[in-house]
Ligand binder design. Structure first.
Ligand code: ATP
Length: 314
């Protein structure tokens, strides 16, 4: 005799949790144009996903609502209410699907927070995918892209992963057929730079005649398509926000020089910073450089990563 036929209430069967791994992004080319009428800057960028992952887990809750918990490095600094991009993403899926949200979301953060690696955007992208699966909401690619773009300029790329050119404010994507794998050492720092603060500094420096819009992404796109070696890629990395990030936080310059002295092929500020990416030849080089950077001090944490990798919707 089973429990149901005995007249007792059926034990509540825990619905299966859905876990989605989502990678961080870097911008091997970040060209920044002038501010547009809507306040956004025109971007001409190349995105690439690298192997630093957050994991977003969703499961049905017994009560209606959206509950968020966060663990991992920097978890205590993050909002758990409506300001968290994962909560906003879950709400969008619920509204789109016409369902009452009843979800527990858990973020396991391994992407350094506020590091210019789009961790929040990555969580938002993964939550869109995970909640659509959980509530069985069918969302076509175009609609998913529209919801993602409403959450932030980097979110559409975070859905796709791999390598892509971004234009507009970064949300208009063209896939790049990148052939090869490149290796990075990712050094985070104790300082913080908000993205708006960095754009403001870009504008200020431009008024002084410093900096230009690197709109041409063709050389680096061709390099990814033709699987160039890391030493050649090193010469093609571009970040129009780098001077602004270093101007705001001069200590980034000594971290960058330190990595180059220790043998990195290139030092590249990630997005608006303050994380610094060091391009290396291969995994062995990455391990050796990471060890030397840790011994030197000056970085909050040092990680090894490679790219491109696939996104959560792949
Ligand atoms: P940006 O997209 O502004 O360039 P970033 O890549 O430098 O951001 P994020 O880790 O995305 O860094 O964090 C930026 C800010 O976004 C954080 O300070 C935080 O308050 C907010 N935020 C909201 N939701 C999240 C989330 N799920 N993970 C990380 N940060 C989040």
């Amino acid at each position: 005799m089973n429990e149901q036929s005995s007249g007792q209430a059926a034990p509540s069967v825990p619905s299966a949790a859905i876990a989605v791994d989502v990678p961080a992004k870097i911008n091997p080319h970040l060209g920044v144009g002038n501010a547009r009428a809507d306040g956004y800057h025109a971007l001409s960028t190349v995105y690439q996903s690298i192997s630093l992952y957050d994991t977003v887990t969703v499961e049905r809750a017994d009560e209606p609502g959206i509950e968020l918990t966060v663990a991992g490095e920097g978890a205590d600094t993050l909002p758990t209410g409506d300001d968290n991009l994962a909560v906003r993403a879950a709400k969008l899926v619920a509204i789109y699907g016409g369902v009452e949200p009843d979800v527990r979301i858990h973020l396991n953060k391994r992407i350094p927070v506020a590091g210019g690696l789009a961790g929040g955007s990555a969580d938002a992208a993964a939550t869109l995918v995970a909640c659509a699966r959980l509530w069985e909401v069918a969302i076509g690619d175009a609609e998913l892209h529209r919801l993602a773009a409403g959450l932030g300029s980097d979110v559409p790329f975070c859905l796709k992963g791999g390598t892509a050119v971004g234009s507009g404010r970064g949300e208009e994507l063209t896939h790049v057929d990148s052939r090869g794998t490149w290796h990075w050492v990712v050094a985070t720092t104790d300082t913080q730079i908000s993205t708006p603060e960095c754009f403001k500094e870009v504008d200020r420096l431009r008024e002084e005649g410093i900096g230009r819009f690197s709109s041409d992404v063709d050389p680096i796109v061709r390099a990814f398509e033709s699987q160039v070696g890391a030493d050649e890629l090193a010469r093609l990395l571009v970040n129009d926000m780098e001077a602004a990030a270093v101007s705001l936080r001069p200590q980034l310059a000594s971290l960058m020089h330190g990595g180059l002295e220790e043998g990195a092929l290139a030092a590249h500020v990630s997005g608006s910073g303050p994380t610094v990416l060091f391009l290396v030849a291969d995994v062995k080089h990455a391990v050796a450089l990471a060890r030397r950077l840790r011994m030197r001090g000056g970085a909050r944490s040092v990680h090894i990563a490679h790219g491109p990798v696939s996104g959560p919707a792949a």
